[in-house]
Design a protein around this ligand. Structure first.
Ligand SMILES: [Zn+2]
Length: 468
């Protein structure tokens, strides 16, 4: 293995079209050998670099009494303290705009990106040219893994803005040599135009959020089109929401479009975010550990959990020169396994995707609830449309969970009480006592980005109590 760090990528390399892997030896390597020969050397170089170049880490690690030179194994690596979103925000506030973790000079930057800033102040990312090339290479590799080839036309139906998602998809598509169709989203009337273009150009691959693909399918049907026949996508890949990893949503997207539905993505801070990405067998996202090193840890003990167990996601860049994230506490919930995948790749997997986004979880009567569990129930029952909303209120001292779900167009009105009853029972079987309210089709707002489906009215109620 090369000792050069960071890896200089060959910008012109592409495997032969019928090759299953972008890099067979890396992807199918014995996991232990990969740890020793690939991950650990990269990790140690990354730690040394960060210690020398980033005053954020220097201060943090000296304070915690750890020194990168003492990290000789992945077990030792667990001594390195976690880095949280709040720490990054605080650091960027004190050292604007990029924080004290920018390890290159401003003139070495090739790109500025940021978080979408849906919760609080956006985080700024400055990215060097070398990092851009490695991000593109990483994404091309995982895209190759789910079946993208040069002949494909890739429709990117999401925002081109600070948000990383679309850019990562574009970089990977271009690096792989497929045909990029960066359509974007968010401009009034754009969804209608997207449908026209999809019908005309017949792109073969779609990228966006799961919510948006469902919305597009609905729009297409309104125009009398059949997304499976009139578009002809063979692959749809997603990030930004858990949907593509929720089995009933996955099935629904595959039925609607007639292509395979691929779940991808970690979090914006970690770009290349497709270091979590399914292969075409769709057995859960592989963790491409030699790109970004992922750990799943117990949120209480902060120790890494064994395979088969649930934990919280923590990620580490292995080859980042501009703003490395080391043991970044992304805080999403998943479960990991390392049993063999039919594709032959030996990376661990998240067989159920990331089913609890840290930002999405809410607590009802002391129980942790993830919207994805509710979504799975709704989409698993015939007769419901694709949109729903979750409302939590407080009656006296008791939390109330209300699930509003649209029924499908053309449903026999006489069957609505049974539909409501079925969903309530299905939710109860998942430990959720709720009231289901059926809404007629098209009542709820549609989104081109990430759907906001949870409305928590309890804080309003608390404020009201304080005033009394
Ligand atoms: Zn696989």
């Amino acid at each position: 293995m090369s000792r050069q760090w960071p890896t200089q990528v060959d910008r012109f390399y592409v495997p032969s079209t019928n090759s299953k892997y972008w890099n067979k030896s890396l992807e199918t390597m014995d996991p232990e050998e990969r740890e020793q020969k690939v991950i650990l050397p990269k990790l140690r170089a990354q730690l040394k670099y960060a210690y020398e170049k980033s005053s954020l880490y220097k201060k943090k690690w000296v304070g915690a009494g750890v020194n990168p030179k003492d990290i000789r194994s992945l077990a030792d690596f667990e001594q390195i303290p976690f880095l949280t979103k709040d720490e990054i925000r605080q650091d960027q506030k004190e050292n604007p705009p990029f924080g004290s973790n920018l390890c290159v000079s401003l003139k070495e930057l090739a790109r500025v990106q940021g978080t979408s800033g849906t919760t609080g102040k956006p985080t700024a990312f400055g990215i060097s040219q070398g990092d851009m090339e490695r991000i593109a290479e990483a994404h091309a590799r995982t895209m190759w893994g789910f079946g993208m080839r040069q002949k494909d036309i890739v429709f990117i139906g999401s925002f081109f803005s600070l948000y990383w998602g679309s850019w990562g998809a574009l970089l990977g598509t271009e690096r792989l040599g497929a045909v990029a169709f960066p359509f974007g989203a968010g401009v009034p009337g754009q969804s209608d135009r997207a449908i026209e273009w999809m019908k005309e150009v017949k792109p073969t691959i779609f990228y966006g959020t799961p919510s948006y693909s469902l919305y597009m399918a609905e729009k297409a049907k309104e125009k009398g089109l059949d997304p499976a026949k009139d578009f002809g996508f063979r692959i749809l890949f997603f990030s930004g929401e858990p949907g593509a990893g929720i089995s009933s949503t996955k099935r629904r997207i595959e039925e609607l479009y007639g292509g395979i539905c691929i779940d991808a993505g970690s979090t914006a801070e970690m770009t290349p975010w497709m270091s979590n990405c399914e292969c075409d067998y769709r057995k859960g996202m592989h963790l491409w550990q030699d790109m970004v090193y992922a750990e799943l840890v117990d949120p209480m003990t902060k120790k890494r959990v064994p395979y088969g167990k649930e934990g919280v996601t923590v990620y580490t860049h292995l080859e980042r020169t501009s703003q490395p994230m080391i043991r970044f506490w992304a805080g999403d919930i998943s479960m990991w396994v390392n049993d063999p995948c039919p594709c032959g790749r030996t990376y661990p997997r998240f067989p159920k995707g990331i089913y609890g986004r840290a930002d999405d979880m809410f607590i009802v009567r002391g129980e942790n609830v993830y919207p994805s569990a509710i979504e799975d129930a709704i989409r698993g029952i015939n007769g419901f449309g694709d949109e729903y909303r979750i409302i939590i209120t407080r009656e006296k001292t008791m939390d109330e969970l209300i699930v509003q779900a649209e029924y499908e167009k053309g449903v026999n009105p006489a069957t609505l009480p049974q539909l409501k009853d079925r969903l309530e029972k299905e939710l109860k079987a998942r430990g959720l006592r709720s009231t289901v309210q059926l809404l007629e089709p098209d009542r709820l707002e549609r989104t081109e980005f990430k759907a906001r489906r949870v409305i928590d009215k309890r804080s309003l109620y608390d404020e009201f109590l304080k005033k009394e």
